[in-house]
Design a protein around this ligand. Sequence first.
Ligand code: 5GP
Ligand code: ZN
Length: 113
Amino acid sequence: MDSCLFCKIIAGQIPSDKVYEDDRCYAFRDINPQAPVHILIVPKTHVADVAECTEKDSALAGHVLKVASELAKREGLTNGFRLVTNAGADACQSVKHFHVHLLGGRKMSEKMD
Ligand code: 5GP
Ligand code: ZN
C-alpha cells in the first residue's frame, strides 16, 4: 500500500531501528517509546488492523505473536511483558497497518487504558 507508513518502513523507504525481520514480519523500535522496551511487530502483508484479519491471515497473526514473545525473551523481559494491538478510532489506532506493541522493562499499569 503506497501511502502506508509501515509499508514504507518495511520497504526501507523510511529508516527504522530494526530488531528483527523474516519473510513474513518486520519488527522495529517505536519512535516514541512508552516503556524501556517498546517494539512494534508488523506483518509484511498490509492488513489495516486485527479486525480486518480473515481466516487466511490467522497463521500470520499467530506468527506475529510468536515473534513478539521471542523478542521479549531476546530483550531480557524475564519478569513479564505486555502485548497490545489497537484497532480503530476508540482504541486510538494511529497507523492503519496491523501491528502488535511489545512493551516491557517496567511494571505496567494495572489499568489497561
Ligand atoms: P498505534 O497508535 O497505531 O497503535 O501505534 C502506532 C505506533 O507507531 C505509535 O506508538 C507511534 O509512536 C509509532 N510510530 C509512528 N510513526 C513512527 C515512525 O515513523 N517510526 C517508528 N519507529 N514508530 C512510529
Ligand atoms: Zn501498510
